[in-house]
Ligand binder design. Structure first.
Ligand code: C2E
Ligand code: MG
Ligand code: MG
Ligand code: MG
Length: 288
């Protein structure tokens, strides 16, 4: 690498950083406004039991329908929301909307009383003391039980401030909300941490599920997490299930629940309502 090339590269790098910073400066107020203007949308992906294929619940997944940008995926704006403190407002919107949707499906007789709503919660929301209060108020206000809600947290969450996070999690668990460890095995988790968390469920990351049956190491990891969940008295969910073959293997391994494009893509509330209300498909209420 010549001196000149090095300089060019580093100035290109600096340009890129400057572009990114500029983009963030514009995106932050747009996101704040977008939340107020109702530009956030929740999609819901079915979570099925592996043995029977019945829908046991859904996971709420947020998108930003940003004018001129189409549906922006969460990986693009959640980190920005976390860095700028918008996550509190965003997370409260998501929680409110998801709980309202569950109420609507219950009222319409489209889901049973054991149907769960799973909501992703960011690390920063967990250290906010009001989260438990917000959840209590929302559930009570909609005539729902704590057990109707599952909170999904990522492992990175637990590493940043384990003490205050595990306090918040314990308060939620004591209240009766189920806790699921999302993307299990991908980040800085340790089994020791897991022992101190009041978790009810492990979610096997889709990167491991992708190699199931094809790659020896991934298959072993999936099998091990299923065994770990069982040993600790937790349930397990495989995410990112894209083929019937993966589903067969998960069934053979005794995995409880599964989620993925093969079992149902994320859809809006109204889309799922329509699908579940089809008169000729009563099985869809429980089984599709
Ligand atoms: P996650 O919670 O692990 O969600 C699973 C992601 O995998 C979702 O991406 C989902 O659309 C995608 N997925 C589902 N089935 C399949 C499949 O069969 N194959 C593949 N390749 N992918 C599949 P999405 O919706 O883009 O969400 C990405 C991440 O953003 C989520 O990962 C979650 O960590 C975060 N997120 C989503 N909604 C929220 C939210 O409301 N609050 C917070 N804090 N984070 C959220
Ligand atoms: Mg999740
Ligand atoms: Mg996940
Ligand atoms: Mg993920």
């Amino acid at each position: 690498l010549s001196k000149n090339e090095g300089r060019n590269r580093s100035s290109r790098f600096t340009d890129r950083l400057r572009d990114l910073a500029r983009e963030r400066v514009h995106t932050e107020p747009a996101l704040r406004q977008g939340i107020e203007r109702g530009e956030l949308v929740l999609f819901y992906q079915p979570i099925r039991d592996v043995a029977e294929g019945h829908v046991k619940g859904v996971e709420a997944l947020v998108r930003w329908n940003r004018p001129g940008h189409g549906m922006v995926p969460p990986d693009v704006f959640i980190p920005l929301a976390e860095d700028t403190g918008i996550i509190g407002q965003l997370g409260e919107w998501v929680m409110t909307e998801a709980i309202r949707q569950l109420r609507r499906w219950r009222d319409g007789g489209l889901v049973g009383s054991d149907f769960h709503m799973a909501v992703n919660v960011s690390p920063l929301q967990l250290v906010t003391p009001s989260l438990v209060g917000v959840i209590r108020r929302l559930l009570a206000g909609h005539g729902l039980k704590p057990a109707d809600l599952t909170i999904e947290i990522t492992e990175s969450t637990m590493m940043s401030d384990l003490a205050s996070i595990s306090n918040a999690l314990r308060a939620l668990a004591d209240y009766g909300v189920a806790l699921s460890i999302d993307d299990f095995g991908t980040r800085y988790s340790s089994l020791a941490n897991l022992r101190h968390l009041p978790a009810h469920q492990l979610k096997i990351d889709k990167s491991f599920v992708a190699g199931l049956g094809k790659n020896r190491a991934d298959s072993t990891l999936v099998e091990t997490v299923i065994g770990l969940a069982r040993g600790l008295g937790m349930s397990c969910v495989a995410e990112g299930v894209e083929t019937a073959g993966q589903m067969d293997l998960l069934r053979a391994l005794g995995c409880d629940l599964a989620q993925g494009y093969h079992l149902g893509r994320p859809q809006t509330g109204p889309e799922l309502t329509t699908a579940w209300a089809q008169p000729l498909a009563p099985a869809q209420v429980a089984g599709n």
